[in-house]
Ligand binder design. Structure first.
Ligand code: GLC
Length: 512
């Protein structure tokens, strides 16, 4: 494809309760994925090709099967007891507070053995580490440096905004009188997190020439500089989620106004200060073509439109596996066939609270993380060519039509379009370094922006809707050359343009 860096989701030893984000041994590879020797070979082969590998670094929590936790839960006076967050319940025996886990239910799990609760903001098999205990940090730095010494090229740092919890674990306001309330305000980006982050960075990644991207849910834009400032930010980039909730948020329609605001805020705001991580998909989100675009007759065109929209902004574009061939959401009939621990917990809690099976399944089909986790579709062979055995999770039944083999052959495929985009970006300094300027701000269907570098200018113009439209460029923007398009027939170059459904174009403009 022409990519430079591969980010691999966690492949550490793990009971795999949460897609590998529940690590039982940081220093070993999960049996399903092979051995450390396999990893070393992968690293070498990737480096030999001039590419790089970054790994997930999961340091907010471990698996409940990690030896630290096994020790920790064994008795109250164990050396590892304070590696995790233990608290007695309320006098009536109920959980410590009303904080809700991201995966439904309480963040507290009662443990018979010592009669106390431990905190888990994700699944109960993912106990949160206690960063207040300096010995925890020490062990995590050691481990991080061990991987860096091995020669990996950096990390995507998981759930990093959650490592500091609100002191005393107070109940959170509960106006609707629910059993548990969403608890970000108890553990996302809490005052005091900076001391943890500074020390972590100082003792680990700062001493290596590596690339880092923090998963920073809850990080405020106003504080972005501090997270990713060129001079002394903690990471090189962060994944922020301002744009994700806007996917067809308003009456089932994409909220263009909000989307333009969200993207532009980060584009303009970080300019000269820090670097954006650009993405429209990951392993936690439904497929973009099904959510933002359309996975029917317009699958190819809409996938390319949304690709064009984010790919040429300022920052580093990330592509999630399968996005490059336009893999779609999936509809499995029964909850039993699903794998995501978050979904399954949510299902249990919501059906207990009265949600019907039908309502719950349609929620899962639309929003579930498993939409993006079906095996990669390589070919039209059984199991999409992913394996000759039984895959760990169901294959999307549309694999005979949507697969890599097919996409490689088809000059018009989404895959070949991605290749063109990558090449264009790599060979065009303005599309990498150029500043960003939103144009046609009030257009209800077209997302359009300029990239400006020295006196060179490019325009990216994308109709994000399934209806033809028109856009008029201002007179000072003179088109010189069409560089990329997801349509084969383009009307002549003039400042007033008709755009078909989901039509996307990238132009070089005359110098300013
Ligand atoms: C991050 C990961 C997600 C995981 C969670 C807990 O949000 O992206 O997949 O479930 O952290 O580790």
């Amino acid at each position: 494809m022409g990519i430079d860096v591969i980010w691999i989701n966690p492949i550490y030893q793990s009971p795999n309760d949460d897609n590998g984000y529940d690590i039982s041994d940081f220093y070993d590879i999960m049996d399903d994925f092979g051995t450390m020797a396999d990893f070393d070979e992968l690293l070498k082969e990737v480096h030999d090709r001039g590419m790089k590998i970054i790994l997930d670094l999961v340091i907010n929590h471990t698996s409940d099967e990690h030896e630290w936790f096994l020790e920790s839960r064994s008795s109250k006076d164990n050396h590892y007891r304070d590696f995790y967050i233990w608290q007695p319940g309320k006098p009536d025996g109920s959980p410590v507070n009303n904080w809700e886990s991201f995966f439904g239910g309480s963040v507290w799990e009662y443990d018979e053995q010592t009669g106390e609760y431990y905190m888990h903001i994700f699944s109960k098999k993912q106990p949160d580490l206690n960063w207040e205990n300096p010995r925890v940090g020490k062990r995590l730095y050691e481990m991080t440096n061990w991987w860096l010494e091995k020669g990996i090229d950096g990390f995507r740092v998981d759930a990093i905004t959650h490592i500091k919890k609100k002191k005393g674990y107070p109940d959170l306001p509960n106006p609707k009188n629910r059993t548990f309330v969403p608890s970000n305000s108890g553990h996302a980006n809490q005052p005091g997190i900076d001391a943890f982050l500074s020390e972590f960075v100082e003792r680990t990644i700062k001493n290596y020439d590596v690339m880092t991207v923090g998963e920073a849910g809850g990080a405020k834009f106003e504080e972005a500089r501090h997270w990713i400032g060129e001079e002394d930010g903690y990471f090189n980039m962060i994944f922020q989620f301002d744009h994700l909730g806007l996917w067809k948020a308003k009456d089932g329609e994409l909220n263009m106004d909000e989307l333009k605001k969200a993207m532009t805020k980060w584009q303009k705001g970080l300019e000269g200060q820090g670097w954006n991580a650009l993405f429209i998909e990951n392993h936690d989100q439904p497929r973009s073509v099904s959510t933002w675009g359309e996975d029917n007759a317009f699958r190819k065109t809409s996938a390319k439109a949304f690709a064009t929209f984010y790919f040429f902004m300022q920052g580093t574009p990330f592509i999630y596996q399968g996005q490059e061939i336009g893999m779609t959401n999936v509809r499995f009939d029964s909850i039993e066939t699903y794998n995501d621990t978050g979904l399954i917990n949510l299902y249990e809690h919501e059906t207990k609270n009265g949600m019907s099976y039908e309502e719950m399944m349609s929620y899962i089909w639309k929003n579930g993380r498993d939409n993006a986790r079906t095996p990669m579709q390589w070919s039209s062979a059984p199991q999409a060519g992913f394996t000759t055995g039984t895959p760990w999770f169901g294959v999307n039944p549309n694999y005979p039509d949507i697969n890599v083999e097919e996409a490689v052959k088809d000059p018009d495929s989404i895959l070949n379009y991605y290749k063109k985009m990558i090449k264009l970006r790599k060979h065009t300094p303005a599309l990498i370094y150029g500043s960003y300027e939103l144009i046609a701000e009030a257009h209800p269907h077209v997302f359009a922006y300029l990239r400006l570098y020295k006196n060179v200018r490019y325009a990216v113009i994308v109709n994000l809707f399934n209806a033809a439209t028109e856009i008029r460029l201002s007179d000072d923007l003179e088109i010189e050359e069409l560089l990329l398009s997801n349509y084969s027939l383009i009307d002549e170059l003039n400042p007033s343009m008709q755009l078909g459904p989901y039509e996307a174009r990238v132009y070089r403009l005359a110098n300013s």
